[in-house]
Design a protein around this ligand. Structure first.
Ligand code: KG4
Ligand code: ZN
Length: 339
């Protein structure tokens, strides 16, 4: 019999994401029945960053309408659901509680199992939603606003952290650097867009921690280098673009060097890239080109599944539920939670 669809709910930060997925191991990418996303970007723009209390309230407003929208798109009713998966952490506690309480309540009312999913496991598994998904073992580069991790994936659920950031995450570095050059929130995509107008070789920033062994990252020094360069410049539009380009090159180069190292250390030939920064064009192009040259294969989620979404949570939850994992009725979230 075909498995019943799983509802996935993502509310860890400033995106309300919902998806319905009928997961079948043989055809992992083909079971996505519907997905819907509401982004709170406009709500937080005036504040230059995410305001946690406003985020929670907006999730309350948008979550159930999105669930209804997804059910309608998939031509399903709540009674068709076989389970509910929601992000249980890490993230903003109030925002997480909205998804957790809603998901648990729905599951309880429907008499189906529910499971709290690790947000980064969602990101990590997102490439499995595509055609030609990666088979473990593989190395995953997880680069989002809150995390920069290199992970060795031996199997779904078996993760070994190879490297972590000592300070800012890659996405955070993009956002903070954009902000200090006066770009509006959310800075990462804006900085990346500006970088395409930058001229090569006008500025050059360091590739932090690549001159010593190890797979950890540190991006906060790069931000300081940009600040100094920006303050000492003519602050023209062209200069801002030139700096953006050099900054992006430095980050992408650093990530590439560490990915190559991780692949060499693990003897793996498959590299998964996921998380919001995985939407970065230069990163995607440079890693794919390096793979073609060195003989490793790269796997990316489609752009909209790099950043936060419900589909990746439905997938991670569906896999775990299919293995019989689920939790009792208590509503628990984990604002800080290691993968
Ligand atoms: O995964 P995500 O949506 O949320 C977290 O779990 O943090 O990642 C958001 C991060 C932000 O820092 C954002 O600036 C960054 O991903 N980001 C990008 C791009 N698109 C999103 N950074 C660089 N280039 C992009 N095109
Ligand atoms: Zn995320």
């Amino acid at each position: 019999s075909t498995p019943r669809p799983i509802l996935g709910i993502e509310t860890s930060c400033d995106e309300t994401g919902v998806a319905l997925l009928r997961w079948e191991p043989e055809q992992p990418g083909h079971g996505l029945l519907a997905h819907a996303l509401y982004t709170q970007v406009k709500l937080h723009a005036d504040y230059g960053g995410v305001v946690p209390e406003l985020a929670s309230r907006d999730h309350v407003r948008k979550l159930l309408p999105l669930v209804r929208e997804a059910l309608k798109e998939a031509e399903l009713t709540p009674a068709d659901l076989g389970g509910v998966a929601y992000t249980a952490g890490p993230g903003l506690v109030g925002a997480l509680l909205v998804g957790a309480a809603t998901g648990r309540a729905m599951a309880w009312a429907l008499g189906v199992p529910a499971i709290g999913v690790h947000h980064m496991e969602g990101h990590l598994l997102a490439p499995l939603l595509e055609d030609d998904p990666p088979e473990p073992p593989f190395v995953a580069l997880l680069v989002s606003g809150g995390h920069s991790l290199l992970v060795e994936v031996e199997a779904v659920g078996q993760y070994r952290i190879l490297g972590d950031t000592l300070d800012d995450a890659a996405g955070e570095a993009f956002d903070k650097t954009a902000k200090l050059m006066g770009l509006p929130y959310p800075g990462g995509p804006a900085l990346a867009a500006l970088a395409t107008q930058g001229r090569p070789g006008v500025f050059r920033f360091s590739r932090p921690m690549t001159d010593r062994p190890g797979l950890d990252f540190s991006f906060s020094g790069l931000k300081t280098q940009v600040l100094l360069a920006w303050q000492q410049s003519d602050q023209s539009e062209q200069t801002r673009a030139d700096i953006a380009r050099a900054f992006e090159e430095a980050i992408v180069d650093t990530l590439l060097i560490k990915c190559r190292r991780a692949l060499a250390e693990t003897g793996t030939k498959r590299l998964v890239i996921a998380g919001g920064v995985g939407a970065n064009r230069r990163l995607r192009e440079d890693l794919a080109a390096a793979g073609a040259k060195d003989g490793f294969k790269t796997y990316f989620p489609r752009l909209q599944f790099c950043t936060d979404n419900g589909a990746m949570i439905a997938l991670a939850g569906a896999i775990r539920l299919a293995h019989g994992q689920h939790q009792d009725e208590s509503v628990q979230v984990f604002p800080r939670w290691d993968l």
